[in-house]
Structures are given as structure tokens and as C-alpha cells.
Design a protein around this ligand. Structure first.
Ligand SMILES: [Cu+2]
Length: 478
């Protein structure tokens, strides 16, 4: 085809033909399969580039940020993070960005996988009720963040406007058993963490980078409990992880797993055997690991207060047979213990004083056991932490059943529990304490904060140890 004729076609709106001139030929046309997190579109099996049409809709929706907390999210596709887009290197992508008629603001899209000014931002500014179309060739393979870049950019991103686009390399990615889409981001709300009701965006906190919430997939607990990601022992998991920011860098870590392979920062250069990988704001990583032993694995931002106090927790539940050659099942690795090694009572220091004999002695001895082993999570006055750690002070759950309370300390607790009308769905690890310490801690707790005053003796604990562990949702104590 004569060059001048091709140029004329380029100008007169047949750009696919232009691209056909550079690199392998574009063959055919398809509409992209888009998915909501944590799902990922199927791998690409084509061995040639094609024209891919992507229909993406920006939409402002009010929904759950945490239990009892609503937020008005601005989204790509109705959910945070935005739809996952999967194409192949060399593809010619025609992006149709529609802005829902009920939107209050114009939006656009800047894809980090685009070579061209603004990553498509200026070409895609779209008023409510309109659609913009632009096209680009996916020149570089990688896992890329896309986000809204309409002014004020920070606010559009802070409200939830980001997602991931995967540009597969030639020949695709190695086959794995399961792929998931996880995106971290933070929210700046008028009220503090857990303050109920509809919460507006706080520009002031965003400027100071003081996030109230740091979450995976747009809400506290979005990937916990019934919504946990799943796998089986023997399977290899691939996580496509993005960080929407707007401000914070993620120290992405899976408690109890080592990443066999990481495509750091979303580039297809492989690093092996990593514990924690940094994901910049506006960046990504692909982490792969084989599930060797069953249990619940926690995804965290290892800037750890974000995990246990601001929501940056997600779960993968692995089913299958135990393998004591790899993991004995007696050493707890599921939950990180903030401050003072709360759970790590490998050996309680020997006391000069004889073991507590009377109830009063147990109350006195129990104060220390409580402070060293329980207070990091349940707080100094047993008041707990909204949405994360249930209270022990005045706890109806605790007071109703002394046997059950002993069991909680011995075996841990997970799955949903309701304490004083509030729901918790978190993981308490089994605590490795000796019987007299368990007895003292509980006797102390029962004697405090208007609790029921039960006496728990070492004999009670010894008897409870002989009973089988109660059934629990995730395998907290195995
Ligand atoms: Cu926007």
C-alpha cells in the first residue's frame, strides 16, 4: 500500500490501518471482557495483536466503606477499584469512556499503559451523559494503573477512581491455578476511622496525608470472611496488586507466605523469594506463590498500623491436607502481633512469687498477664477497637460463658462474632500460655470493668484443654 494512501487513511479515521504498518499485523476485533475485583478476565490465548474495544463507565455511587460507614465513591464501572482490563502487547485499544448521566462531575482516564500525552486524559474528558472515544497501541507489556485525571485530580483519585490494565507479553503469562485482583488505596473522611454514618471527603486530611482508612478493594473487610479469596493446597496463586494511593506507598506482604516470584512494579522482570514488595502510589506488582499448607493467610500493608487499625487486611483461605514437614501447626504465623510481642509468650518469665492460689491472687497476677498478652489488641481498659477488636469490658459474649472464654484463649477465635450488638469478623490467634496464666488473665478480666466476676482456676483450664477445639470458620488454630 503506498505510504501516502496509508497516511490519508490515518487521517480519515481508520487508525487501525496505520498501526498495522508498525509491528505485527492487527487481526480482527473483539470487545474486552471486563471484571470487578477480585476477579480477573481470562488469560489471552491469541498469538497475534487485535483491535480491542473497551467500554468503561464512570459512575458516582454511595455505598459501604466500613460497617455503618457510607461514602460516595467515584468509580470506573460502579465499584472500587475499577474494572480490570486485559489486553496483549501490540493490541490496538479503542477506549469508549461513558460518564453516567447522573454523575455530578466530568471524568476522564489516564492509563499508565498508554504512550501519549496524559495517557489519554485530555482525549477522554467526558461530561455527564457523554461518551468519549480514543485509541492507543499497547506498546509495552506490564501491569498498569489507570486513574481519573480530572481536576482536582487528587480528589478524583481519593474518591476511588483507579483500576488496573494488564498488557500481556507475547506468549502470555505462565499458567497458574488462580488469579486475583487486589488494589490498595486510602480514604480521607470527615470523621475518624469507624465513625458511623455518611462520611464526606476531607481535603484537609488528604493534604496532610493522614488517611483514616487504608483498604484493599475499596472497603474494610472487602476480602475477609465470606469474601475471602480461596485456594487449595498445591495451587499457585497469582495476585495482580495495584496501589491507587492517592498518597501512600504500600509495603505489600502476605503473612505466612513467601512470594515465589514477584514481577516488581508490574514489569515482567522476575524477582524470586521476596517477603514484602513495595508498591508505589500509582504502581503495581504481580506476586505469585504456591499454597503449601492449609490455613488463612492475611494480606497486609506491612506499615502495620494501617493493617490492624485502618483496614488494610485481606484473607486467602487455603483448604487441603496439612503437611507437618513444612509447617508443624503449633507455631502461629497467621497474625502479626502489634506492640510488645503480645502473643509471643514463648516462655513466661519465672516469677519468684509462688503461683496464685486464691481468687484474689489470680486477680493480681492476671493484671500483668492481661497487659502483656491481651492489651495490645483489646486495649488497656479492655475497651477494644471499633470494627477490629471486640471489647472485653462489659462484654456480653465474655460474661455469658466462662468455658467458652477459656476456649477462645486456648484455641483462638475467628469468623463472625457479635459482642454487645456489634459484629466483628477478624482473627484472634491461639495464645500459647500456661494454664495458671490463662486462669489469672481471665479471672482478672472478669473482675474488672463491670464484668461478671467469675473465678477461673488452673484446673478449669486444664480440663478445657482436654476438650476438642470448637469448629471455626477459618482455620485459626491449625
Ligand atoms: Cu473523575
Amino acid at each position: 500500500m503506498p505510504a501516502r494512501f496509508v497516511l490519508a487513511l490515518c487521517i480519515f479515521s481508520l487508525p487501525a490501518l496505520c498501526f498495522a504498518q508498525a509491528g505485527p499485523e492487527i487481526q480482527g476485533e473483539e470487545t474486552a471482557v471486563l471484571t470487578d475485583a477480585p476477579n480477573v478476565p481470562p488469560p489471552i490465548t491469541r498469538d497475534h495483536p487485535t483491535k480491542v474495544i473497551v467500554h468503561l463507565e464512570t459512575k458516582e455511587v454511595t455505598t459501604r466503606l466500613a460497617d455503618g460507614v457510607d461514602y460516595t465513591f467515584w468509580t470506573f464501572g460502579g465499584q472500587v477499584p475499577g474494572k480490570f482490563i486485559r489486553v496483549r502487547v501490540g493490541d490496538y485499544v479503542e477506549m469508549h469512556l461513558g460518564n453516567h448521566p447522573e454523575s455530578r462531575f466530568p471524568h476522564n482516564i489516564d492509563l499508565h499503559g498508554v504512550t501519549g500525552p496524559g495517557g489519554g486524559a485530555a482525549a477522554s474528558v467526558t461530561a455527564p451523559g457523554q461518551t468519549s472515544v480514543f485509541a492507543f497501541k499497547a506498546l509495552n507489556p506490564g501491569l498498569y494503573v489507570y486513574h481519573c485525571a480530572t481536576a482536582p485530580v487528587g480528589m478524583h483519585v481519593a474518591n476511588g477512581m483507579y483500576g488496573l490494565i494488564l498488557v500481556e507479553p507475547e506468549g502470555g503469562l505462565p499458567k497458574v491455578d488462580r488469579e486475583y485482583y487486589v488494589m490498595q488505596s486510602e480514604f480521607y473522611t470527615a470523621g475518624g476511622f469507624g465513625e458511623t454514618g455518611h462520611q464526606g471527603f476531607s481535603m484537609e486530611k488528604a493534604l496532610r496525608e493522614q488517611a483514616d482508612y487504608v483498604v484493599f478493594n475499596g472497603a474494610v473487610g472487602a476480602l475477609m470472611g465470606d469474601h475471602a479469596m480461596k485456594g487449595n493446597v498445591g495451587e499457585t496463586i497469582r495476585l495482580f496488586v495495584g496501589n491507587g494511593g492517592p498518597n501512600l506507598v504500600s509495603s505489600f506482604h502476605v503473612i505466612g507466605e513467601i512470594f515465589d516470584r514477584v514481577y516488581a512494579e508490574g514489569s515482567f522482570d522476575i524477582e524470586t523469594n521476596l517477603q514484602t514488595t513495595l508498591i508505589p502510589a500509582g504502581g503495581s506488582a504481580i506476586a505469585e506463590f504456591k499454597l503449601d499448607v492449609p490455613g488463612t493467610y492475611l494480606l497486609v500493608d506491612h506499615s502495620i498500623f494501617r493493617a490492624f487499625n485502618k483496614g488494610a487486611l485481606a484473607q486467602i483461605k487455603a483448604d487441603g491436607p496439612t503437611n507437618v514437614a513444612i509447617y508443624s501447626g503449633k507455631l502461629m504465623e497467621h497474625v502479626y502481633q502489634p506492640e510488645g510481642g503480645a502473643v509471643q509468650v514463648v516462655a513466661t518469665p519465672r516469677r519468684a512469687a509462688p503461683p496464685a492460689q486464691t481468687k484474689q491472687q489470680r486477680v493480681e497476677a492476671g493484671r500483668r498477664v492481661f497487659q502483656q498478652n491481651c492489651a495490645a489488641c483489646h486495649q488497656a481498659e479492655g475497651q477494644g477497637l471499633a470494627n477490629v477488636f471486640p471489647p472485653l469490658a462489659g462484654s456480653d459474649f465474655l460474661n455469658a460463658d466462662k468455658q467458652r472464654a477459656i476456649g477462645v484463649v486456648l484455641h483462638g477465635l475467628s469468623g463472625e462474632v457479635t459482642v454487645n450488638g456489634a459484629k466483628f469478623n477478624n482473627v484472634m490467634p491461639a495464645l500459647r500460655l500456661e494454664d495458671p496464666d490463662v486462669a489469672s488473665a481471665l479471672t482478672y478480666i472478669y473482675s474488672q470493668w463491670k464484668n461478671a466476676g467469675h473465678d477461673v482456676t488452673p484446673a478449669d483450664v486444664a480440663a478445657a484443654r482436654k476438650l476438642p477445639a470448637p469448629e471455626q470458620a477459618p482455620a485459626a488454630g491449625h
